[in-house]
Design a protein around this ligand. Structure first.
Ligand code: BG6
Length: 487
């Protein structure tokens, strides 16, 4: 893909963790691939922890280089990448410093992208300071999650940013939307006539969406302890996945058609009745345990976490969608840290045959099942029943496998690379629109409020397991179980 869209990419939080691990490596990959970034495009890093460009480049060499390219660094591409980088030392607490930024970018070409890889408390002050020096014209602004802490705080940020930038200038990142397999979900659903007739309540008994992590809170204990799994993963990544799984076919792939359909799903989520919360929501917190042979400590002893913390590191929910396609079909969502495996997958359990002449196993729900593994190792697996060879008519579960790496050996793009290219090229489809974000907050808020009001601690689970037993009991009430519990 050749591009001539020139750009000036201003990176706030230029020495932060996200810049180091994701943003600068993604820009390097796009640069190395050739043709994706206009030759004239510049990256202007903004930070206060470096004295000048020389010191910043030294930091990039030391800290960013180890995070680029699984296949090793191409030294020629790396040095030409560094030539794209400029540096401006700014104290973000000091709005007058923004005149330095204005002077640094005024003669640089193309659209200006301001990437706010900073804490959300800085979003509004940065936007105001940009406006005060006239930098909100011909510009796009990228906001990292978390955007707010609840509906009210997210509205406050959106209102304030909205006074300075129009909605079409605002790119709210949810990096799950940039993942290749999540894109592929759209292809699977809307590129194949095969699944569409089955993708509805008449044929689907239940759907599970899991994002499980082996990692704990790493160095982010302080942030995480004030956030928790519901805000960190459910309000955004899991509800976005759910809306893609459940949405109606969009009439085109333009920015708003897909987002309009996702929004309809988010607005159709059955509100959670606080009295039912114990039946439809499970919150857990990991205790010490063993993951792949290594002992790991309890959440409450992680650095930055309060010793008596009641923050959840695990959530499981039963969600319903109130529309004709999905009425009555339970969607079970689950995410957690320090679980038994790192896996993100969607499991569509189809209904059993209405009458079986072939024995009871054909009457088992889930005999036909589609398992869409998003990561690691993207695969789609369709389970069916087949006759076991030999005498008699005994049925056994078999599956058809589609492993994507057998078909596409090259061209995989990291989520951040795709999303940054989309910002530079003005493609909004994979970014969260304000109304989607509000609908998601509106739906999760009663859960947050109820958990806070009830003051009950989260249910403990040992690290290296699949979370509290209550998460399994919730599915058992519906006559089903999580995929890994199938024997
Ligand atoms: C982030 C969360 O948004 O997503 C992290 O803040 C989480 O807590 C991460 O670890 C998971 O992303 P991925 O791409 O590794 O599945």
């Amino acid at each position: 893909m050749q591009t001539d869209s020139s750009f000036t990419f201003v990176l706030f939080g230029g020495t932060g963790d996200l810049s180091m691990r994701k943003i600068l490596p993604a820009l390097y990959e796009a640069h190395r691939a050739g043709g994706m970034l206009a030759d004239s495009g510049k990256i202007v890093a903004v930070a206060r922890h470096a004295a000048d460009r020389g010191e910043y480049i030294q930091w990039v060499n030391e800290h960013v280089k180890p995070h680029v390219s699984k296949n090793g660094v191409d030294e020629t591409a790396w040095s030409s990448f560094l030539e794209r980088i400029e540096f401006v030392k700014i104290d973000l607490g000091n709005p007058e410093d923004f005149a330095l930024l204005r002077d640094a970018v005024k003669d640089l070409p193309g659209i200006r992208v301001f990437y706010l890889a900073t804490g959300p408390s800085l979003f509004v002050p940065i936007c105001r300071a940009l406006a005060s020096v006239g930098l909100n014209e011909n510009a796009r602004i990228v906001l990292e999650k978390p955007l707010g802490y609840d509906l009210k705080s997210s509205n406050a940020i959106n209102d304030a940013v909205g006074e300075i930038f129009a909605e079409e200038q605002i790119y709210r990142i949810d990096h799950y939307l940039g993942k290749e397999p999540v894109q592929n979900l759209l292809a699977l659903r809307f590129g194949n006539a095969l699944f569409e007739p089955l993708w509805r309540r008449e044929w689907v008994e239940s759907i599970q969406i899991t994002i499980a992590e082996e990692l704990g809170v790493e160095a982010r204990g302080d942030f995480y302890d004030n956030t928790g799994a519901l805000r960190d993963m459910v309000q955004n990544h899991l509800l976005q996945l759910l809306s893609i799984v459940a949405m109606e076919p969009p009439h085109s792939m333009d920015s708003d058609s897909v987002r309009d359909e996702k929004l309809r799903v988010l607005r159709a989520l059955k509100p959670i009745n606080p009295l039912d919360i114990g039946k439809v929501a499970v919150r857990g917190q990991y205790h010490s345990g063993v993951i792949r042979g290594t002992a790991v400590p309890a959440y409450a002893t992680e650095p930055g976490v309060k010793p008596n913390s009641t923050t959840e590191t695990f959530v499981a929910l039963k969600v319903e969608i109130e529309n004709w396609r999905w009425a009555g079909v339970p969607f079970f969502l689950r995410t957690g840290k320090r679980l038994a495996d790192r896996v993100a997958e969607i499991v569509v359990n189809f209904r059993a045959v209405p009458h079986s002449a072939l024995g009871a196993s054909a009457l088992r729900a889930g005999a036909n099942r589609l398992v869409i593994r998003l990561q690691p190792n993207e695969t789609i697996r369709l389970y069916c029943l087949a006759k076991q060879p030999g005498e008699g008519m005994n049925l056994a579960s078999v599956h058809l496998d589609l492993a994507f790496d057998q078909f596409f050996r090259e061209g995989q793009m990291e989520a951040y690379q795709r999303l940054l290219l989309d910002v530079i090229n003005g493609r909004l489809a994979l970014f969260v629109r304000r109304d989607e974000q509000e609908a998601a907050w509106r739906w999760v808020e009663p859960i947050l409020n109820e958990w806070k009001a009830s003051n009950k601690p989260p249910k403990p689970y040992a690290a290296g397991t699949w979370g509290p037993a209550a998460a399994s009991a919730m599915l058992a009430q519906h006559g089903t179980c999580w995929l890994e519990e199938e024997n």
